[in-house]
Design a protein around this ligand. Structure first.
Ligand code: SF4
Length: 172
């Protein structure tokens, strides 16, 4: 079962528009310069049991101003099977637009049937490890130039999204 480090019911820095962000515990990428090494341990935070899940769903459903939900961490793909059952229910029960941050690249995620299934519920995937040598604080929604903001449809890449290189700053 997944564990949640933190939720942000309204944020504008984790994707387009006003979003509900969920930060999951657990990451195996160990990027140098990681914004939050405390998130690497999978035993941190709160267990995402049914009660907590329902609380999150309710908070999302009760906010008509939201443009979407963002999954971050840690790496939401730390436990792909748990992510798949979570993201399926999240999508079905909220119908929200879903952004997901991960240290894996899209091409890795399509190799495994479980992670590939997860992609079908994700509208925008921000992929790749944070590379300190390619860090650029002017980028929107990503921390280093190797990372991509990918618009997906039914798990396939539609296009890479590019944003003007000024304004909202994201530190990962
Ligand atoms: S993928 Fe993200 S959370 Fe994991 S080590 Fe890299 S920057 Fe940190």
């Amino acid at each position: 079962m997944m564990r949640v480090l933190q939720t942000y019911p309204e944020t504008i820095s984790d994707g387009i528009g006003l979003r509900y962000s969920i930060y999951f515990a657990g990451c195996r990428h160990y990027c140098r310069g990681c914004h939050n090494p405390d998130s690497w341990r999978a035993d941190r935070g709160m267990l995402l049991d049914e009660t907590y899940f329902q609380q999150i769903i309710q908070e999302i459903q009760q906010n008509p101003l939201l443009d979407g939900v963002t999954l971050s961490g840690g790496d939401p793909f730390y436990d792909p099977e748990a992510l798949l059952s979570f993201i399926k229910r999240l999508k079905n029960e909220t119908k929200q637009n879903i952004w997901c941050y991960t240290g894996y690249v899209y091409e890795e995620l399509v190799l495994d049937p479980i992670t590939q299934d997860c992609l079908a519920y994700i509208d925008v995937l921000v992929d790749g490890k944070f590379e300190q040598e390619q860090k650029d604080p002017t980028l929107y929604f990503r921390g280093s130039t190797n990372q991509r903001v990918l618009l997906l449809q039914a798990g396939k890449i539609v296009k890479e999204l590019h944003f003007p290189a000024q304004g909202v700053k994201k530190s990962r």
